[in-house]
Design a protein around this ligand. Structure first.
Ligand code: SF4
Length: 709
C-alpha cells in the first residue's frame, strides 16, 4: 500500500505564493489545499492553485529537450539529451560572441518569476545589454517609484502584526479578491481585512466585488488614475487634512507640492476622470480621515501614460496622510535575517549589472530612450530585429514567456522570431512562440522545484520542496547555472548546481535547505515607524516629495498626469470611427496571463475569451450575451464572446488578454484569433518608462457576422 503524506509548500501558479499543503499518495501528488496555519495566506487557495496537479501531470507537458528537425513552424522535433542541448547552446553563443559580439545575443522573460535575478544576471554576465520583458508596464514602475520616493516598496499591511488592521482600505486598480493574488499579496488576506475595515474605497472602471460594499466606488475613465491622485492630493493639502508632524519632520519638497497641486482641483479632475468633483472630494476626505489606511494597488496603474508619476502621487498621498510604515497602513517590511536576498526587488546586485562591460551597456537596442525602462523597450526591441536598426540580434533565449500572445506589435514579434538565426525557448508546454524556436527546453513547474521563495513576498521567505519529477524537466536556475558553467561565467554563477546555490542562500542563517523546509517560513521582526529613528532610505533620508533624480534627468520632479494617446480626449477624430474605450489586462481568475488554457478545470470556468460590454451598448449594437463579436482598432481585429454586464460603463469594453488555443493546430494554436495584443501597434509611450497605454485605447465592437469597411 502506498504511503499518504502531506508536504508544506508555497504555490507558484501566480505571484501570490500562498502557503499550501501538497497531498501525496506515494510519489503522486493527488491534491493541493490551502494551509490553514499559514501566516501569509491563512488557508486560502484559488482555482489555479487547486489545479496544480492537473498542470503537473498534463499529457502535453514538455518532458525532454527538443531540437528542431524540420522547417520553423513545421512542428518536427528531435528529442535530445540535456548535455546535447546545453553543449549546443554554449557552442552557438560562443560562436556568435566571437564572430559578432556578445550583444548579438538577447534574452527575455515574461512576468516576474523565482528566476528573475538569474535571467538578467546571465545576460549581463554573458555581456549583452539586450534583455527585454514586460516590467516597464508591470510592477516595476511602482517599485522604482517607491525606491525613488521612500527607499522601499510599501506593502498594504492587512496582516495585523502591529496589533491593528487598516481602518480604511483603498483598492486601486487591483481586483485581488477575485483573481486571488497580486504582486505577492494574497487575495484571501485582503478579503479578511476588508471585512474588518470601517471604510472601503474602490477605484476601478469596473464594478469589482469590493465596490458593492465600498463607501466610495470611483468609476473613473480608464487610464486617468494619475489625474485622480493629483486631485486627492489637492484636497488633502488644501483642506489641511494631512499629518503635519510627518510632513514637517520627514518629507522634503512639500511646499513645492502645495504650489504644484493647487490647479489640480476636483473640478479640474472631474471632466478628465468623469467622476463628480464632490465624489473625489468625499473620497479624499474619507481616506485622510480614517487612519491607518492602506492602499492595495495593482497593475492597472502600470499600463498607462504616466505610471511612474501616478505611483509617486499615490505614495506621497499615503505619506502625507501618515500611513507609511504605520501598523495597518502601508508598511515597510523588515527582511528576515541571514537570508541572502536573491530577489532583484531587494538587492539590485542580483541582476548582475556589475558584470556587464561598460562598452556593451551602450549597445542597448533601444539606446536607453526611456530612462526608467528597466530592460530594452519591447516594441523597440522587436522593431530592431525586423529592421536591423541599429543592428539585428542573432541569437535569443526566451525564458517562460509567450511574447506572441503577451506583447503588443505582434506582427513585429512574429517577424522578429522568424528572422532570428538561433532561438531557444524554455517552457512548460509547447506554445506558438516555442514553435518558432530551434531548441525547446522543458522547464520544471513549481511542484518540481526546490525553492527559497524570496521574490514578490516582500516581507518573508517561504519554503518550497520538490515533490515530483516529470520526464527530464529541469529548474530554470539549474539550466542557467549549467549553461553558465559551460561558458565560463563562474564569477557570476559560482555554484556547481542549483542545490548548492540554495544552501548558499541560507548559510548565514545557519540553516540547511532541509531544515529551512521544516520551518516553512522565515520572517523579519516587524517594527513600524522605522523612519523616526533611521530615516528613509533616500539620499535625503526623508520621503522625497520632490524627486531630485528626475530633475537631473530633465523629467518631472513632482507628479504629473498625462492623457493616454488613444482616448476620446486625445484622439477625438479617431473616436468618431472607434467610439468605445477599450481596456484590457484585467486579471482573469482562471488563468495567469497566457498560462492555463490547456488545464481542463480552469478552461471549464472560462472556456472562451470574453469581452465585457454594457447591456445598453450591446443592445444598440445588436449584440446578445454570449455572441461572438469582433473588437477592432486601427491595428487589427480579434474575436471574443460578449459578456453583457453592467460592471463596465456604457462606452467602455473590457477584453481579456493573452488568449491562445492549445487545442488548435500548431504552429499558431489560433493565437491570432482572440489575442488582444493584436489590437495595439506603435503609439506614444510613457516618456519615463516606455509603457504602453493598454488600459485605455479606442475600438469598435460588432457582431461576428457583420463586416465593417
Ligand atoms: S492566488 Fe496564486 S499563489 Fe495563491 S493559490 Fe491561487 S494561484 Fe496559487
Amino acid at each position: 500500500m502506498s504511503e499518504k503524506r502531506v508536504v508544506k509548500s508555497a504555490c507558484r501558479m501566480c505571484h501570490g505564493v500562498c502557503q499550501v499543503l501538497v497531498h501525496l499518495d506515494g510519489d503522486r501528488v493527488i491534491k493541493v489545499t490551502g494551509d490553514p496555519d499559514s501566516l501569509t495566506s491563512k488557508g486560502y487557495l484559488c482555482p489555479k492553485g487547486a489545479a496544480s496537479p492537473e498542470l503537473l501531470y498534463h499529457p502535453d507537458r514538455l518532458k525532454y529537450p527538443l531540437r528542431r528537425a524540420g522547417q520553423r513552424g513545421e512542428n518536427k522535433w528531435q528529442r535530445i539529451s540535456w548535455d546535447e542541448a546545453l553543449d549546443e547552446m554554449a557552442a552557438r553563443l560562443t560562436m556568435i560572441k566571437k564572430d559578432s559580439g556578445s550583444e548579438y545575443f538577447g534574452m527575455m522573460q515574461g512576468t516576474g518569476r523565482p528566476y528573475t535575478g538569474f535571467t538578467t544576471r546571465f545576460a549581463n554576465a554573458f555581456g549583452t545589454p539586450n534583455f527585454t520583458g514586460v516590467a516597464h508596464l508591470c510592477y516595476f514602475p511602482r517599485w522604482i517609484a517607491s525606491l525613488g520616493t521612500l527607499g522601499q516598496l510599501p506593502v498594504a499591511d492587512v496582516y495585523g502584526f502591529g496589533n491593528r488592521g487598516p481602518e480604511c482600505i483603498v483598492i486601486w486598480g487591483c481586483n485581488i479578491t477575485h483573481t486571488g493574488a497580486s504582486d505577492g499579496m494574497c487575495g484571501g488576506r485582503v478579503e479578511r481585512a476588508l471585512r474588518q475595515a470601517k471604510k472601503i474605497i474602490v477605484i476601478d472602471p469596473r464594478r469589482i466585488g469590493p465596490a458593492d460594499r465600498a463607501d466610495h466606488w470611483l468609476q473613473l475613465r480608464p487610464g486617468t488614475d494619475g489625474a485622480l491622485a493629483l486631485a486627492m492630493l489637492h484636497v488633502v493639502i488644501a483642506e489641511e487634512l494631512y499629518d503635519h508632524e510627518f510632513v514637517e519632520k520627514y518629507t522634503n519638497g512639500f511646499e513645492k507640492l502645495r504650489v504644484h497641486v493647487r490647479p489640480f482641483t476636483p473640478e479640474w479632475a472631474a471632466p478628465i476622470t468623469r467622476l463628480k468633483a464632490d465624489d473625489i472630494r468625499a473620497a479624499a476626505r474619507t481616506y485622510a480621515g480614517a487612519r491607518p489606511a492602506c492602499i492595495q494597488w495593482g497593475n492597472a496603474l502600470d499600463m498607462s501614460m504616466s505610471n511612474y508619476q501616478t505611483a509617486r502621487a499615490i505614495l506621497i498621498l499615503s505619506g502625507i496622510c501618515g500611513n507609511i510604515d504605520a501598523p495597518g497602513g502601508d508598511a515597510l517590511w523588515v527582511a528576515p535575517e541571514g537570508i541572502k536576498q536573491r530577489s532583484i526587488f531587494r538587492n539590485l546586485e542580483v541582476a548582475g549589472l556589475q558584470f556587464l562591460p561598460p562598452e556593451k551597456a551602450g549597445r542597448r537596442l533601444d539606446g536607453g530612450r526611456f530612462p526608467l525602462c528597466p530592460a530594452v523597450h519591447p516594441p523597440t526591441f522587436w522593431r530592431s530585429i525586423v529592421s536591423g536598426d541599429p543592428y539585428r540580434l542573432r541569437a535569443f533565449w526566451v525564458v517562460g514567456s509567450n511574447p506572441l500572445t503577451t506583447m503588443t506589435n505582434t506582427a513585429d514579434v512574429e517577424a522578429g522570431l522568424k528572422l532570428l538565426e538561433y532561438t531557444v525557448v524554455s517552457e512548460i508546454f509547447m506554445t506558438p512562440t516555442a514553435q518558432l524556436a530551434d531548441l525547446v527546453l522543458p522547464a520544471a513547474s513549481w511542484l518540481e522545484q526546490d525553492e527559497v521563495v524570496n521574490i514578490h513576498k516582500i516581507w518573508c521567505v517561504l519554503a518550497r520542496k520538490k515533490v515530483a519529477q516529470i520526464g527530464e524537466t529541469m529548474d530554470d536556475r539549474e539550466i542557467i547555472i549549467q549553461l553558465a558553467r559551460r561558458l565560463g561565467l563562474t564569477e557570476a554563477f559560482p555554484w556547481k548546481n542549483y542545490r548548492e546555490y540554495l544552501e548558499w542562500v541560507l548559510e548565514d542563517a545557519s540553516l540547511t535547505f532541509e531544515e529551512f523546509c521544516e520551518r516553512g517560513m522565515l520572517a523579519g521582526e516587524q517594527r513600524y515607524y522605522k523612519y523616526k529613528t533611521q530615516g528613509f532610505e533616500t539620499p535625503s533620508g526623508k520621503l522625497e516629495i520632490y524627486n531630485g533624480m528626475m530633475a537631473i534627468l530633465g523629467r518631472d520632479p513632482l507628479p504629473v498626469y498625462r492623457e493616454p494617446p488613444l482616448t476620446p480626449v486625445s484622439a477625438p477624430e479617431l473616436a468618431k470611427e472607434y467610439p468605445l474605450i477599450l481596456t484590457t489586462g484585467a486579471k482573469i481568475r482562471a488563468f495567469f496571463h497566457s498560462e492555463g488554457r490547456q488545464i481542463e478545470s480552469l478552461r471549464k470556468a472560462n472556456p472562451d475569451p470574453l469581452v465585457e460590454v454594457h447591456p445598453q451598448t450591446a443592445s444598440s449594437l445588436g449584440i446578445r450575451d454570449g455572441d461572438w463579436v469582433f473588437i477592432e482598432t486601427p491595428h487589427g481585429k480579434v474575436k471574443m464572446r460578449a459578456k453583457l454586464t453592467g460592471i463596465v460603463a456604457p462606452d467602455v469594453v473590457s477584453a481579456q488578454h493573452a488568449w491562445w488555443f492549445p487545442e488548435q493546430a500548431p504552429p499558431d494554436y489560433g493565437y491570432q484569433q482572440s489575442n488582444v495584443n493584436l489590437l495595439f501597434g506603435p503609439m506614444a509611450y510613457d516618456p519615463d518608462t516606455g509603457s504602453e497605454s493598454l488600459r485605455s485605447a479606442l475600438c469598435r465592437v460588432y457582431p461576428e457576422g457583420e463586416s465593417k469597411p
